[in-house]
Design a protein around this ligand. Structure first.
Ligand code: NAD
Length: 351
């Protein structure tokens, strides 16, 4: 089993090193090979997705990704910026389905910004379409009108086939859970999402055992903080999913706890924490590595067909939280504050 390890920028190096340690402890026949991406790719090869990195990612069975970006890269031409590297990687590998579980570990209910009783036991899965929508639609750009005024343009587009394949992933996921799927759109204003709603409804006929509901994105944003436990699986487009999954992440207490998977049609996947490169804490040993460690567990489950090992990692994380170890982002009174490496070591020890 070959895994491409792409740490990226900022805290990427620190957190991926912990996940690698955990994977190595499992003593599986895993071949781990590292390559630069994002700002690190630009510095190494003048490209946020160097050819050699893309080739490695193509050849691998799965990709373990850290995070990309940083203020030092913000002035680069747009096509050289770190974010382009990740967007291109997703596009090149056809990673269209982003699975973002938001679970609240009982030990962390206190760390949520919501009342513990609203989030204790929360288990939502957000399924976000990843390769279409306004992030990729053409035409796009900033131009100067005849009047001299500048105008920015992006285009929200979805083809029926793109909607159907992501909706299928979501229905299948719902089938394995509580069998409830909420499709999120803005069909009252945007034609693109009116089509979204129609296609999801049509596909719903193939899944009579799954209860399908629809919700406008603004209402969903509100419901997620009002009564988040009403949801089982949420499916939505790229931009709405980007925002709603970050909102859901805060329900869990920390963005540093949430893993994600981005899958292609054959379940090859890229696994990454949902957070960014956190330049404010990079290099300080403060970053929470658990989202990345939990991402490696998802990798074992979805791409490498090793569910037992995935569960071992998840249990080890729960054990460490049960022992009261906390990085600064999830720290509450009475717990023991630890750094990135100590948290990684504790998970290895728990394994
Ligand atoms: P961010 O997720 O990097 O950070 C937001 C806040 O959460 C910061 O205060 C940070 O310190 C904290 N945080 C994030 N991860 C943490 C962890 N593991 N442990 C503890 N605290 C953590 O988002 P941002 O500040 O908006 O963006 C910073 C850079 O990351 C930008 O360049 C952005 O483009 C990039 N970014 C990359 C990705 C990705 O690689 N997939 C995603 C989002 C943002």
């Amino acid at each position: 089993m070959k895994v491409a390890v792409l740490p990226g920028d900022g805290i990427g190096q620190e957190i991926v090193a912990q996940a690698v340690k955990v994977l190595q402890r499992l003593a599986l026949p895993l071949e781990l090979e590292e390559a630069p991406v994002g700002g690190a790719g630009y510095e190494a090869a003048g490209d946020p997705l160097p050819e050699a990195t893309l080739a490695l990612a193509r050849a691998a069975d799965a990709i373990l990704f850290g995070a990309i970006g940083g203020p030092q890269f913000d002035t680069l031409p747009r096509d050289k910026r770190p974010e382009r590297g990740l967007l291109r990687l997703r596009k090149e590998l056809g990673l269209f389905a982003n699975l973002r579980p938001a679970q609240v570990f009982a030990e962390l209910a206190q760390a949520s910004s919501l009342k513990p009783e609203l989030v204790a036991g929360l288990d939502v899965l957000i399924v976000r379409e990843l390769t279409g929508d306004i992030y990729f639609g053409e035409p796009r750009g900033i131009s100067t009108l005849a009047s001299g005024e500048r105008e920015g343009v992006n285009t929200m587009r979805y083809r029926e086939s793109e909607i159907r394949r992501i909706a299928r992933v979501a229905f299948e996921a719902a089938r394995k859970r509580d069998k409830r799927l909420c499709s999120v759109d803005k069909a009252n204003v945007l034609e693109t999402t009116e089509l979204w709603k129609q296609v999801v409804t049509e596909l719903g006929k193939d899944y009579p055992d799954v209860e399908l509901t629809h919700m406008y994105v603004d209402n969903c944003a509100m419901q997620l903080v009002r009564a988040p436990k009403q949801f089982d699986v949420i499916v939505t487009g790229n931009m709405f999913g980007d925002i709603l999954s970050d909102e859901a992440s805060m329900l869990t207490g920390s963005i540093g706890m949430l893993p994600s998977a981005s899958l292609d049609e054959r379940s090859k996947g890229l696994y990454e924490p949902i957070h960014g490169s956190a330049p404010d804490i990079a290099g300080k040993g403060l970053a929470n590595p658990l989202a990345t460690i939990l991402s490696s567990a998802m990798m074992l489950r979805y791409s490498l067909a090793r569910p037992a090992e995935a569960e071992r990692i998840e249990k080890a994380v729960r054990k460490v939280l049960g022992q009261g170890l906390r990085t600064a982002d999830i720290y509450t009174e009475g717990c023991r504050k630890v750094g990135t490496q100590e948290m990684g070591d504790a998970v290895v020890a728990a394994l």
